[in-house]
Design a protein around this ligand. Structure first.
Ligand code: AMP
Ligand code: MG
Length: 364
């Protein structure tokens, strides 16, 4: 199959340019499209055939359910059984945006979308192309991230193309996704609010609205079985480049020490080493910097300078996170040492992704 790419300026496009994508979805086909978080691989949420194609193209385990994307609250009513008043208010506060909310699923959504669960995860994206695409279709889109399963999520059309060329008919290319990490997934159930996956909406912002919101944690004994939400995505290795990832959590000094000792250990094994870091100038010996088998790569966007405002930094690190992980593969690196960052604001989602990608975590 030939994979076609259509370029659409997110600030200046016409619905006509979406016609080919719309026709494909109406014919049970699948299309990669931009959202503010990452690129999605969408198919009609009402079509078992389309959803099966998504699982196949990604190589996604069939027990990992998908998020259904909508363009307005009317569409929400067509796919869920009830919209409790407190959840409607939550939608009004955070949509459109990177918050995914669990609902009781209606029979119109085939079981394959939710992997047999009786809840459906729904979100309204804020990306103008995603919103216009779904609105014009008039059909909700089941869409996981448009990467091969277990690979870093795609934040540029070229990431999608590298993973899925020949497997999908069309990619809508609208440049880079500006949030860079996936949506926050939340379950509001019998008055308990639990974040199943940290993401684009910060815990700090959620807390202003839901003061008792908790982060789901396998080890959290306080959550009774009744309230333990199903989080199928938790089981799987995620976001990984081919290289082995060693995540370092601690002070800059600790990071510098670990880089020196790990570089010493692994260079004798003739491995190509990568160092993923946020600092423009930190103190590591010149023999490491000048080692041709050692590559220094920025974690996040190049201008995520840690010396400036923390929150701006974290946003830029999130925005460039998956590109950095993919750069590790482009450089044929065998082993990468990654700097852990603060878990404030979107840093929580960044650290969640890095911990899932890591094969080893070293804490101070
Ligand atoms: P992705 O779209 O690939 O970023 O993954 C969607 C995430 O939402 C995965 O972690 C899923 O496990 C989670 N998810 C989707 N639907 C449900 C659901 N009904 N209940 C719990 N988690 C869900
Ligand atoms: Mg994904």
């Amino acid at each position: 199959m030939l994979t076609k790419i259509i370029r659409l300026d997110p600030l200046n496009f016409s619905i006509k340019q979406l016609q080919e994508a719309i026709d494909l979805i109406r014919n049970d086909e699948i299309v990669a499209f931009p959202t503010e978080t990452v690129y999605g691989l969408g198919g009609s949420a009402f079509s078992e055939t389309a959803v099966r194609k998504i699982y196949e193209a990604k190589g996604r385990p069939s027990d990992n359910p998908m998020i259904v994307h909508i363009s307005d609250l009317e569409m929400l009513s067509s796919i869920v059984n009830v919209i409790p008043e407190n959840i409607r208010k939550l939608c009004e506060r955070f949509w459109p945006g990177p918050l995914t909310i669990l609902f009781e699923k209606s029979e119109k959504i085939p079981d394959i979308v939710t992997a047999g669960l009786n809840t459906v995860a729904v979100r309204m994206p804020s990306h103008p192309v995603a919103l216009a695409f779904i609105k014009e279709l008039g059909i909700p889109l089941a869409a996981p991230s448009a990467n091969l399963s277990s690979r870093p999520s795609p934040t540029k059309a070229e990431h999608v193309f590298n993973d899925l060329q020949g497997k999908i008919p069309l990619i809508i290319d609208s440049g880079s996704c500006n949030v860079g990490v996936e949506s926050t997934v939340i379950d509001v159930h019998k008055g308990h609010s639990v974040v199943l996956r940290p993401g684009g909406v910060n815990l700090e912002d959620l807390k202003c609205y839901l003061p008792k919101v908790e982060i789901f944690n396998n080890k959290n004994k306080e959550l009774s079985d009744e309230f333990k939400p199903p989080t199928p995505g938790l089981k799987y290795r995620h976001y990984s480049p081919k290289a082995e990832i060693i995540l370092i959590e601690g002070s800059i000094k600790f990071l510098e020490e670990k880089i020196v000792s790990l570089h010493f250990k692994y260079r004798t094994q003739k491995k190509r080493i990568g160092i993923l870091h946020t600092h423009k100038n930190f103190q590591i010996p010149s023999d490491i910097i000048n080692d041709p088998k050692c590559k220094m790569i920025y974690l996040g966007l190049r201008d995520s300078n840690i010396d400036s405002d923390d929150s701006i930094n974290a946003d830029k690190i999130a925005e460039g996170l998956f590109s950095s992980l993919r750069e590790v593969d482009n450089q044929n690196i065998d082993l990468v040492i990654v700097e852990g960052i603060s878990e404030k604001k979107i840093g929580l989602a960044v650290m969640n992704r890095l911990r899932k990608a890591a094969s080893k975590i070293i804490k101070e």
